[in-house]
Structures are given as C-alpha cells and as structure tokens.
Design a protein around this ligand. Sequence first.
Ligand code: SF4
Length: 207
Amino acid sequence: MTTERNIVTGLARIGTVLRAEQWAQSDAVGLTPTQAQILVQLDTRGPARIGDVAAELAVTQPTASDAVAALVRKRLVEKRPDPKDARAVRLHPTRTGRRRAKAMAVWPDALLEAVDSLDPCEQAVFLKGLTKMVRALQTRQAIPVQRMCATCQYFRPNVHDDPAAPHHCAFVDAAFGDANLRLDCADHETTSETDAAANWQTFVSAL
Ligand code: SF4
C-alpha cells in the first residue's frame, strides 16, 4: 500500500470517530446530523441564506431546505428578511436553537486526547500538512472555501526570521507559527485569488 493510501486510510479512521460523535450528539437532542450541522453553523457563523448554508456543508439546496424546514418547525431556527435584499430571507437560530447548538459544538474527548498525544513539533507539522490538504481540496472545489489563513487577506506568510513564528496576522498584528495556522477563523476575510496564490507560493516555498 502506498504512503498516500495509508494517509487516506488514517484520515478515514479519524472521520469515523467524528461521524459517530456527530450522530450521537445530534441524536441526543432529537436532530439529524444535517440539522445539527446547520444549527451549529448558524450559531458559530451568524445568520445566513439557505444557499450559503448548503454550500458551506457541501449538500444540495433541497437537502438543506428540508433540514431547515424541520429546524423551523422545531422552533430552533427562524427566517427573517435579509436587510441587504428585501426579496431574500436569512436564517437565524432562536434562543433555544443557540442553546441546543452550544451543547453540540464540542469535539470528542478521545480525538482531543489523541491530538494531545502528539508533541508540539508533531502537532505543528500535522497542522501544516492538513492546511496543505484543505487548500488542495478547496482548489479542486471538493470542499467550499474555508476560513483559513491561506486564503485570508490578513495572512503574511514567512515574513519573520523567527523559525518558531515566521508568519504574521495583520488582523491582530502578531507573529505566529505553523502550530497556530487557522483552518476556521472568525476574523477571516477572503483575499483575491491572485493574492492568495502569491501567499501560497511564499508559504510553501519555505517547506
Ligand atoms: S485573521 Fe485569522 S485567518 Fe486571517 S491571518 Fe489572522 S489568524 Fe489567519
């Protein structure tokens, strides 16, 4: 078996843990996994249109619509007019919905402990490798654009001499290292494709 296949097999095993946890968490609060994902997404990222919700979860619009309809029936989500477009609506989690989302937005202890078993150097290398994989999947449009450093207008890769903290985040005006690369950052602002490509070259050139 090739190294590539071994890595994908390992990722599939990790995916199994995540899926099992997702099913257990959503089942415990009477939701399907898709309904749970939408509720958590609206709670963590704020109100959104149905099309954006579907794109983010990489599901079809009818699938997202069915899940949202169920969430509305359960009074966990409500539709309100979009202030930017009078003909459109945005989905908002209700107070009960937010409480329910917070109860589910936790990572499995077993997985956190497994990550903790890596030393800091291994964690940094692993995170950098994951960043490259997520970026590759994004470029192939296999997943939606992620709120990651690699596509952020505040990201300045490899601008500092310190090997422990070579990158700079212009949003918080601070240096950081590979161990703190973000894959889902609330402060992310998407940069242009040209700048993202240039940043990426600078980022990978130091590997
Ligand atoms: S704002 Fe977030 S995503 Fe952007 S560079 Fe800073 S840490 Fe990375």
